[in-house]
Design a protein around this ligand. Structure first.
Ligand code: FAD
Length: 293
């Protein structure tokens, strides 16, 4: 199987889907239904996030491994430095390798107290994602992706600092980056320009979330501290508490952002699915209508 960066370079815009480790048997059934439906679109890859606790982490390994082994999909497993020594991180990477996973999204992770608390590395662990990139690369033939923050990471003093961090991650061996959820396409373009100016050619794939429920955006921003574009907040608010109207507007916004991003030359689109498939399939159908995918 060919590495993700090669596919990004040669096959036109990539598209990929992100899942989360399910918390129950019922949630797992919903996830598998989505995986099977989205598999039919032949995405470039799918990824599974990495949580804070032990059992969630075991589920990431198990679910990603099963998708890798039981479907036609290329998988990428997320990995964070939170609460782990270097030897524990090595062990998880070994578990990924053992189930056939060759792509890893290397992240630092948020401080356990949330994005506004202070980051403290594990005493025998790693301080930043660039170190995890280097570690994973040193452990075998892995393709490593990293996170990017067009709206500025909450701990960074400027977008320039974020661009410098991305360059450092590319120099450590990262092959591509995926952004936080895009609500402002101009912010994505600004970050890309800053990378250009630094001579960094690492592809940066925008992350997208079709909003499907009232309050969803606010909950997400409380979790990760990300500022939201005012026009998006207003459009979702104008739809009120009517779930059907919110969903319709969320899908319209995601379609518009996807179209503009692809026309501006984004290397692909990465959809955060929340383990569902219908909204993503609708956005995808809209893009197909105008021959963008
Ligand atoms: P870093 O690159 O270490 O950056 C963190 C801060 O430190 C930034 O301000 C940066 O500018 C600065 N910095 C970076 N390197 C250095 C350095 N060498 N020296 C000094 N300062 C530096 N979290 C999860 O827990 N699980 C997931 O599965 C997950 N998936 C994600 C997927 C995507 C696409 C994105 C965008 C984020 C994801 N996150 C996930 C959240 C992420 O872990 C947090 O946003 C975290 O706070 C930052 O991670 P990072 O890898 O960018 O860290």
């Amino acid at each position: 199987t060919r590495p993700i960066p090669e596919l990004l370079a040669e096959e036109g815009p990539s598209f990929s889907f992100e899942f989360m480790p399910p918390r129950s048997e019922r949630a797992e059934a919903v996830l598998w239904n989505s995986v099977r439906r989205l598999e039919q679109l032949h995405p470039t890859f799918v990824s599974v996030t990495y949580g804070a606790g032990g059992s969630t982490r075991d589920r990431t390994v198990r679910i990603t491994g099963r998708i890798e082994q039981e479907t036609t999909l290329r998988t990428m497993a997320h990995l964070t430095c939170v609460g782990s020594s270097v030897s524990e991180l090595r062990r998880v990477v070994g578990e990924y390798a053992a189930v056939g996973i060759r792509n890893v999204l290397a992240l630092r992770g948020d401080p356990p107290g949330g994005p506004s608390s202070v980051w403290e590395a594990h005493p025998e662990g790693l301080d930043h994602a660039d170190q995890l990139v280097a570690l994973v690369r040193s452990l075998g033939d892995f393709t490593v992706g990293v996170a990017a923050f067009p709206d500025k990471h909450p701990e960074s003093t400027s977008l320039e600092q974020d661009a410098d961090s991305l360059v450092r991650k590319a120099e450590a061996g990262a092959a591509f980056a995926i952004t936080q959820m895009i609500t402002d396409v101009d912010a994505y373009l600004r970050l890309r320009d800053l990378l250009d100016r630094r001579g960094c050619t690492m592809p940066v794939i925008p992350g997208l979330l079709p909003v499907t429920a009232p309050g969803q955006l606010q909950r997400l921003t409380e979790l990760n501290g990300q500022p939201l574009a005012q026009d998006v907040v207003r459009r979702i608010a104008d739809a009120g508490d009517d779930p059907v109207a919110v969903r319709r507007e969320g899908i319209a916004i995601c379609t518009e952002h996807s179209q503009r991003l692809l026309r501006e030359g984004a290397p692909g689109l990465h959809f955060m699915t929340m383990n569902k498939s219908t909204a993503t399939l609708e956005v995808f159908a809209n893009l197909r209508q105008v021959s963008l995918v």
